[in-house]
Structures are given as structure tokens and as C-alpha cells.
Design a protein. Structure first.
Lengths: 110, 246
């Protein structure tokens, strides 16, 4: 299994808020060593590897997670789903709902 | 069932809402229309002309306008359908209200309350379905709905074991087209629309707007714009795709 995490770097050289939070959380959980590759999507570099991966997998926000195993590739845009399914981590429903809403702001209008 | 959703989204991008709705109802048995009590009522009218038995659900947050409750019952009788009302978990609402009162959203933002009263029950409902149908339109929000496809995998609620497909048959329609349909087809509608309401949600979080104000300004007006710093600029993706370097 190969796990790639794509994080976004803003024009000022810092990570976007959510990418930074996810990296912190992976460190806190002791999982960062199990990530095979971190790829950067640079805000002002459309040819950067992370932007190319976003385009390839039709993803429009960072961070996202690519899990390759044999011939299959799974792309996770939801961090807590990635944690739950790949690392069998316990995730609270509050955290899951908060992330779903953050990624889908239109849900409030349903 | 294996469907190529990306291919279907392209194939149906320029088709009429009725054709998209028919595709959805033909392809899925476990499918339901999400009815908010606003202009999306036209989906119910369209579905009633496609087949007799179809499913509709609404989420009762407990904070809707009286006019919305009246419309829900009016629609149930008008179309003779067993409109399913989905409620939030009472214990979760009780905890929120006990800890933060009835109007915490004005102080803490609407996400927590919407999460408990709307998104959790929605997720519980969607877990019983393979597909759902929404009234989302591109013209409702240039910032968050401008690119919604007519059909998509619902990334927010799908899991590896259970993919949920979301149909947005009205994606390409304008508000004017929706209202023309309502008038021509004599579709029952929420009387709040006659009182100046454009976007209709929960009573404490919805207000009327002035002419030329966007309908999004009618909701959660006390909050600042959503933080979008983690998104990729569309221009970057397009420029990358075309191979044009910076």
C-alpha cells in the first residue's frame, strides 16, 4: 500500500489551515511515519505536482489522500474517513459532521 | 449497479430537468427527493408526471416557519404522496439547548446547530439510500454552487462500501425558469415567497432581502464569508490541464 498526502501551500509559503491541522493531527496520532509521500500543491504554481494530482483525481481542495494498493487507487477528500478506513482510528461523529460541513458549505441550505 | 457518473454528468449536462429526473428514478430504487419546503417543490411536480410512486423526504429542524409546515402538508395532499419527515435526534437537540440556549447560532455561528438539526439527520437518512435528488441550482450561489454537475458522487456522505449518488436536476435552471414552471403548472408554493422571502430555511436564520440583493444574503447574515483558503483556484487547474506554464 502506498499512501500519498497532498497538502496546499499558500502564496506566502505557509500551509493552508486545514493542511496544517491535518499534518499536526497525523503527528499527534503517530501516523506520520506511515505516510509514504507528502506532495505540495502550490497556490501560485499550476504545474506543481500537487495541482497535477488534484486535476488528475478531480479534487478541488486540500488536503486529500491517495491510497494505492495493487491496481486500485482510492482518493479520500475527507480526512476523518481516511483515518477511519485506512488506520482504523476512532472518529467522533462531531468531528465527522464538522468536516463534512466545512467541505460542503452548501449543506446548510438543504 | 455500476454507473459511470462522470460520463453521465457530461451526457446529461444540457438536458432538461425532467430527463435528468427520469434517469435518476429509472436507475435507482432506493432514491428519494429532498424537499426543503421552498422552490424545490417543482421536483415533486416533475416526478409526479414521470411515475406514480416516488419517495420524498423533508428534514424538520424544529425551527421552520409555520408557512413551511403548511406547505409540507399541502404538498402531501396535493400529490397524494407519503412525505417522510426526518427529525433530529431529540437527545442531541436537548443537549445543545440545555448547554447553549435556543439561539446559540447568533453567537457561535450556525454550523453547530445545523449539524445537529439538519446534517446528522440527513446523513442518517442517506445511509438508507443509494441516491438522492436535490433542488440545488448554480445561480443560488456563484461562490459555492457555480460548478455543481447535474449528477455526482456525493463525496460528503459516501463511504468506501456505500457510494451515494446525488442528482441536481435543476442545476442549470435560473430562478426565473423555476418560477415560470411553478406558475404555468400551478404548483403549490411556500407563501413566504409572496412576503419577500427568496431563500427559505429555519425561521431564526432567514430574512427577506432587498431588490438586487443576492438570495444568499437572506441567510446567516451576521456571519462572515466562509474561509476558502484550502481550495484550489479553478484557473490553476485549467492552466495546468492545458499545459500552460505560469
Amino acid at each position: 500500500m502506498k499512501i500519498t498526502v497532498v497538502k496546499k501551500m499558500k502564496a506566502d509559503g505557509t500551509l493552508c489551515r486545514k493542511s496544517a491541522n491535518v499534518i499536526d493531527d497525523l503527528n499527534r496520532l503517530g501516523l506520520v511515519d506511515q505516510i509514504d509521500e507528502f506532495v505540495v500543491a502550490e497556490e501560485h504554481e499550476p504545474t506543481s505536482q500537487g495541482i497535477a494530482l488534484a486535476l488528475k483525481h478531480n479534487v478541488d481542495a486540500a488536503p486529500f489522500f491517495i491510497v494505492e494498493e495493487g491496481d486500485s487507487t482510492r482518493v479520500y477528500t475527507t480526512y476523518f474517513l481516511f483515518l477511519k478506513e485506512i488506520f482504523n482510528q476512532e472518529v467522533s461523529e462531531d468531528d465527522e459532521i464538522a468536516e463534512i460541513m466545512a467541505q460542503n458549505p452548501d449543506l446548510s441550505f438543504i | 449497479m455500476q454507473l459511470d457518473i462522470t460520463h453521465l454528468a457530461l451526457e446529461y449536462e444540457n438536458k432538461d430537468p425532467q430527463e435528468i429526473l427520469k434517469l435518476a428514478l429509472d436507475k435507482f430504487d432506493r432514491i428519494s427527493i429532498s424537499f426543503s419546503g421552498a422552490e424545490d417543490v417543482i421536483l415533486i411536480d416533475m416526478a409526479s408526471k414521470i411515475k406514480a410512486d416516488f419517495n420524498v423526504f423533508s428534514i424538520d429542524t424544529g425551527r421552520l416557519h409555520p408557512e413551511t409546515y403548511q406547505l409540507l402538508d399541502q404538498v402531501r395532499e396535493h400529490y397524494g404522496i407519503p412525505l417522510e419527515i426526518v427529525f433530529p435526534e431529540s437527545s442531541e437537540v436537548e443537549t445543545l439547548v440545555k448547554e447553549k440556549g435556543l439561539f446559540s447560532f447568533y453567537r457561535d455561528g450556525h454550523q453547530e446547530c445545523c449539524g445537529i438539526r439538519k446534517v446528522r439527520p440527513l446523513r442518517r437518512k442517506l445511509a438508507t439510500l443509494d441516491a438522492w435528488i436535490t433542488g440545488q441550482r448554480k445561480d443560488q450561489s456563484p461562490s459555492t454552487r457555480a460548478t455543481i454537475p447535474v449528477v455526482q458522487i456525493d463525496a460528503g456522505f459516501s463511504t468506501s462500501n456505500h457510494k451515494i449518488v446525488k442528482f441536481n436536476p435543476l442545476a442549470n435552471w435560473s430562478s426565473a425558469q423555476v418560477w415560470q414552471y411553478i406558475v404555468v403548472n400551478k404548483v403549490p408554493y411556500n407563501t413566504l415567497h409572496t412576503k419577500g422571502f427568496i431563500s427559505i430555511g429555519c425561521e431564526p436564520c432567514t430574512r427577506t432581502v432587498l431588490p438586487n440583493q443576492h438570495e444568499r444574503e437572506a441567510r446567516w447574515w451576521w456571519e462572515e464569508a466562509v474561509d476558502k483558503e484550502c481550495g484550489f483556484h479553478k484557473a490553476n487547474l485549467v492552466r495546468n490541464e492545458s499545459g500552460v506554464a505560469r
